[in-house]
Design a protein. Structure first.
Length: 260
């Protein structure tokens, strides 16, 4: 768990949950932006992620993510300030599952291109093989299907990721099966999502996540307050795109409205 505390008089706390195969360090810019407007940040590496993980690219259960993020939320609540959740991609899926399972007391939720259906899937052959392999060799690892060039148009970010040893390049069979299983659970248990203000910001030119399925989930979730914002032309990692200042400003204004 990592704490990035604002040097200003803090008004709120944001819990940031990273996406598949990345790590909290990729959100340093976003964290500093929140610090600059008076928000503390709680984040960290999800199990199996980051340079220090004991089982890189593998989990026994997706519930490891749910339990980890629940701990981050509890840490954020210690500040006795409004708490916001922000999850990107698989982190967005994790936030959804945390809300469905744990129903934490938070003031608002922001989902960034949440992974509610994968576009960058393994081949049909590999997908089919993953089912028997999940029983026979669950820890067996295969190369990732995520290509950073399909995630962002920001060349600085692309170059950084190519030289970032903390980014996963392989994942286990069981990790993949747990991932796709909880995508389906997120859809099936949508009625368990508590009535909390929601902003869903979706990349308009997403090459990794199926935005049609994302919009379907958004349309079905029953909330008193929900906002869908699609960023036309932006790739999957909206907080890394060349337009990220505008994306951050939109996100901050949403959170600011819910500080009280």
């Amino acid at each position: 768990m990592i704490l990035w505390e604002s040097e200003k008089d803090a008004r709120a706390v944001v819990v940031i949950v990273h996406g598949a195969q990345e790590h909290y360090g990729r959100y340093r810019w976003l964290g500093m932006e929140f610090n600059n407007v008076g928000y503390h940040v709680v984040t960290g590496d999800l199990p199996g992620h980051g340079a220090q993980s004991a089982n890189r690219g593998h989990i026994e259960s997706f519930h490891e993510y749910i339990e980890e993020v629940d701990l981050w939320i509890k840490e954020a609540q210690k500040y006795k300030l409004p708490v916001f959740l922000l999850g990107h991609s698989m982190g967005g899926l994790t936030v959804i599952r945390v809300m469905e399972e744990k129903k934490p007391e938070v003031q608002a939720v922001l989902l960034s291109s949440p992974c509610l259906e994968i576009l960058a899937k393994p081949t049909k052959v590999l997908d089919a093989l993953s089912r028997p392999l999940n029983k026979m060799a669950p820890t067996m690892q295969f190369p990732s299907t995520i290509d950073i060039e399909n995630a962002t148009r920001n060349k600085e970010i692309i170059d950084f990721v190519h030289n970032d040893s903390a980014v996963l390049t392989t994942v286990s069979v069981h990790w993949y099966r747990e991932f796709v299983k909880h995508i389906e659970i997120a859809h099936k248990q949508i009625n368990e999502f508590p009535d909390v203000p929601l902003l869903l910001m979706q990349a308009g030119d997403d090459k990794l996540v199926d935005k049609i399925r994302v919009k379907e989930w958004f349309n079905r979730v029953d909330l008193q307050e929900k906002v869908y914002k699609e960023w036309s032309g932006l790739y999957h990692e909206i907080f890394n795109e060349p337009e990220r200042d505008k994306v951050f400003s939109y996100a901050f204004q949403f959170f600011r409205q819910h500080e009280a």
